[in-house]
Design a binder for this molecule. Structure first.
Ligand code: APR
Ligand code: PHB
Length: 389
């Protein structure tokens, strides 16, 4: 088998890359370890930055997003018994859209299939060879047949646990946080129209949503937490405590999903070796506090699609040579923002009085200074693609 771009992984990065390449007239094959229904059901984050939404509109992927996505013009920071709204629309003239990552994935799969795209699910034993100059991807297909896919370049879009990153030597720069998030998805109508980030003496809590019927909620918990220690009743009780504010009520409802996610920052540098390009979670992880994971994956493949178009259609290597540095600028901006939000909002397990006072001062400054609030708003809603210095 032969194609121009062999893409490993059918998450937002791999699927969008395949779509962008097809629009430029470039062929690709997407190889995914899981089944189609698995990747379409996997619950992940749900905040789309403004530039992400603009891109999805520009490339014909926003029909359902524009119908069902929930546009938000701000968030609230809750601490020290008070609630403080950060008004994105007023501060930076743009907002975010709440739309689940798996909805983006469903839309991408539907668009690729409607366009005759070659997506192979349930492949196994993927190997990458010849990444210096003549790439070959080996894999076992869903029927158990061993296959070889020869390509001009490989895009490693196989997430944090994928195999692509391991195909070349790279530097890892990372940080582990001393806490995790317990997340629930509940069939309960949201009672508040925007997201709430709460810093409470018991720890961080986040109030989010997926639709007019479904609420998404998170609690900071110790990293080794067993999800079975958190009954629904205990979870609701703790959410009620940490999110409490005057006039705020929490609708409870059946819990559809419950899980614990670790928190880490991780960057692999560089993001390219020869003809292999990493994109999305395969190259970097951010803690979820800044809601940047999927948005970064999307920004990467926008740069990659353009770079590969130059290379494959005109033999121009400028874009592919700049790919890693260009992406890492935005990645590090998001790493900093996510680390900053995480540090400001969580209870640090052994924080002394000095650290706690600094944290409170940072929170008060962020909600009272227009300059500080604008910085949060600018980063949260997403710096324009191509504009990160
Ligand atoms: N072979 C084929 N596919 C693989 C392999 C492999 N060896 N290993 C992993 N995969 C698949 C996974 O099953 C997954 O569907 O690669 C895909 C990677 O997708 P994501 O993990 O969604 O990563 P990405 O597309 O970069 O999107 C980033 O995902 O983790 C979230 O918060 C993150 O929202 C961000 C987004
Ligand atoms: C979510 O809705 O899942 C969500 C929202 C905001 C975050 C993280 C996760 O910062």
């Amino acid at each position: 088998m032969r194609t121009q771009v062999g893409i490993v992984g059918a998450g937002p990065a791999g699927l969008l890359l395949s779509h962008l390449l097809a629009r430029a007239g470039i062929e690709s094959v997407v190889l995914e370890a899981r089944s189609r229904s698995y990747v379409e059901q996997r619950v992940r984050a749900g905040v789309l930055e403004h530039p992400t939404v603009e891109l999805l509109r520009e490339v014909g992927l926003a029909e359902r997003l524009d119908r069902e996505g929930l546009p938000h013009e701000g968030i609230s920071l809750r601490f020290d018994g008070g609630d403080h709204r950060i008004d994105f629309a007023d501060l930076v003239g743009r907002g975010i859209t709440v739309y689940g990552q798996q909805e983006v994935v469903k839309d991408l799969i539907a668009a690729r299939l409607a366009d005759g795209g070659d997506l192979r699910f349930e492949v196994s034993d993927v190997t990458l060879d010849g990444i210096a100059d003549a790439p070959v991807i080996g894999f076992t297909d869903a029927e158990g047949q061993r296959q070889e896919l020869h390509c001009d370049v490989i895009a490693g879009c196989d997430g944090f646990h994928g195999i692509s990153r391991g195909a070349f030597a790279h530097e890892v720069i990372d940080r582990q946080y001393p806490f995790a998030w317990l997340g629930i998805l509940a069939k309960a109508a949201p009672t508040h129209h925007e997201l709430v980030y709460a810093n409470h003496d018991n720890g961080f809590a986040l109030y989010s949503m997926r639709s007019p019927e479904v609420t998404r909620l998170y609690l900071q918990v110790p990293p080794d937490t067993d999800v079975n220690d958190w009954s629904d009743a205990r979870t609701w009780d703790e959410l009620g405590t940490r999110l409490a504010a005057e006039g705020f009520t929490l609708n409870e409802g059946p819990v559809l999903e419950k899980g614990v996610t670790g928190m880490r920052s991780f960057v692999a540098e560089p993001m390219r070796h020869g003809r292999l390009f990493l994109a999305g979670d395969a190259a970097h992880i951010v803690p979820p506090t800044g809601a940047k994971g999927m948005n970064l994956a999307i920004a990467d493949v926008r740069v990659l699609a353009e770079a590969l178009t130059g290379f494959l259609q005109r033999g121009d290597e400028t874009g592919i040579d700049a790919y890693s540095d260009t992406c890492l600028r935005r990645v590090w901006r998001a790493e900093h923002f996510s680390w900053w939000m995480t540090s400001m909002l969580h209870k640090m397990p052994d924080a002394d009085a000095f650290t706690r006072r600094l944290q409170l001062s940072q929170l008060r400054y962020t909600v009272s200074s227009r300059a500080a609030a604008t910085s949060l708003a600018e980063n949260y809603t997403g710096l324009p693609h191509g504009a990160v210095a």
